[in-house]
Design a protein around this ligand. Structure first.
Ligand SMILES: Cc1cc2nc3c(=O)[nH]c(=O)nc-3n(C[C@H](O)[C@H](O)[C@H](O)COP(=O)(O)OP(=O)(O)OC[C@H]3O[C@@H](n4cnc5c(N)ncnc54)[C@H](O)[C@@H]3O)c2cc1C
Length: 208
């Protein structure tokens, strides 16, 4: 979508008076956009909505983590050429630089008819437009063995950069010379994850 379209959409939303009276999500009376998830897609959308609307659109990002940790370059942490701090960016930057309101919480439900999202902490946010970008997650119940106590702490997927990345790095460092490292990629036809068709399948770690 081009910048001009964003501005037109923002003006149209404002003209329609689509500002409702749930919990306030920041000052002003411009149209409200709520973004669920602060990964690459959600954080980028939040930033450019603010920039391209010239701050006319109020943007609230809901994300349970305090900082964004990049998945793509986490391979460099496993390889030892970067630290986890190098690939971590606090969400504060979105607020300071672009005026995005960031709420550290998780969205539990979406009421599309009333245009309200409910957060785990109990807050309700009204919106005029909603961007849903929660990424993918594991369906552990479909992986026999991984549900056993301690399994998740021993077998690292490291698909979510952070603790998993660091633990995998430590495991590799602790390997004796000549040790065995087993790596497996799920069959593409039966990936046990909620995987949107537009997202790359979980192969990057298998290539590193
Ligand atoms: C090791 C690795 C290497 C990769 N390398 C590349 C690469 O080289 N190039 C490339 O293009 N892609 C690469 N990818 C893929 C890329 O990282 C993903 O496609 C991308 O991160 C997806 O972004 P996203 O915003 O859709 O989801 P995510 O990055 O998964 O972000 C989703 C966010 O939503 C939040 N969330 C989830 N549920 C809720 C909820 N209920 N309420 C609020 N927030 C919620 C999560 O906390 C998370 O922060 C790689 C991935 C991995 C794992």
């Amino acid at each position: 979508m081009q910048r001009r379209h964003f501005l037109q959409t923002g003006s149209a939303l404002g003209a329609m008076g689509m500002v409702s009276g749930c919990a306030s999500i920041g000052g002003g009376s411009g149209p409200k956009v709520v973004v669920i998830g602060g990964g690459y897609s959600g954080a980028t959308a939040a930033k450019y909505l603010r920039m391209w609307s010239e701050h006319q659109i109020q943007v609230t990002l809901v994300e349970p983590n305090s900082a964004f940790i990049s998945c793509p370059i986490s391979n460099l942490v496993i390889g030892g050429s970067k630290t986890i701090a190098d690939i971590t960016t606090p969400y504060d930057n979105l607020t300071k630089r672009h005026g995005v309101k960031v709420i550290k919480d998780r969205v539990n439900t979406i009421d599309a008819d009333k245009r309200i999202v409910k957060l785990a902490g109990g807050t309700e946010l009204s919106y005029d437009r909603l961007i849903v970008s929660p990424g993918v997650d594991f369906m552990w119940e479909t992986l026999p063995g991984m549900n056993r106590a301690g399994a998740k702490e021993q077998v690292m997927h490291a698909w979510k950069a952070g603790e998993q990345t660091l633990t995998l790095r430590k495991q590799l460092e602790a390997m004796p010379d000549g040790g065995v490292f087993a790596m497996s990629r799920p069959a593409l036809t039966s990936v046990p994850a909620r995987w949107p068709t537009t997202s790359p399948r979980p192969s990057p770690r298998a290539r590193c």
